[in-house]
Design a binder for this molecule. Sequence first.
Ligand code: BEZ
Length: 249
Amino acid sequence: MSGQTWDAQRYAENGRFVADLAMEVVGLLAPKSGERILDLGCGDGALTDRMKESGAEMIGCDRSPQMLAAAEARGVRTVQADMTALPFAGEFDAVFSNAALHWTRSQREVLAGVFRALRPDGRFVAEMGGLGNIAAIRTALQAVLRPYGVDAEEHAASFFPSKDEYTALLEGAGFRVDRMALIPRPTRLPGGMEDWLRTFRNGVLQDLPDDARETVVREVVALLRPVLCDSAGVWWADYVRLRFKAVRG
Ligand code: BEZ
């Protein structure tokens, strides 16, 4: 994975929409009272906390200590773990994940850990970036960072699969796939593109010298303005979601 680090305050200002837009995948999960559910990549726990209203016992899991501290401050029970090395065995009725799975290319390790964590017939319900996700933003970063000797795609090390690709991965891990959809979802950015870049691409930006960082941000924003900023000055990210439900066989 990239050297991405998470600043809970910056995320609260610029990333709240991630939890706010998750109601459809939460609906697909349909958490029930008495169930024990793992929220994989829970971040600051805003969504985990909301799902507690269902009466399910929610456990948040993330590898970022900063984000886990923010989740704990909301009263969310947490476990620190890397999603490629989950420490659970047969203890969850469901594993849920929103906007986290795409942060690693080690998907076989993730899926093996999720499979192990579930009880027989347990469900895995998730939404992640899918094929074509933030294509314009990624292309602009590639173009602007190349003269600095940086391959933005390699640096980000993200994984945005097609439906077929992820179905094969889930089936290969022993899951039965019940639902799989690829959904374009242009997403309004509360703080504009500059704040998005500083929140979600800080891994690549922080490796640059200060003056280069400011130039890169300015050039990426200028390249994207004609395609992702509307005539009212509102910025939209070209998100594409892969949403699925799979059952442990
Ligand atoms: C996403 O949710 O698709 C995403 C967010 C930040 C960076 C990359 C992808």
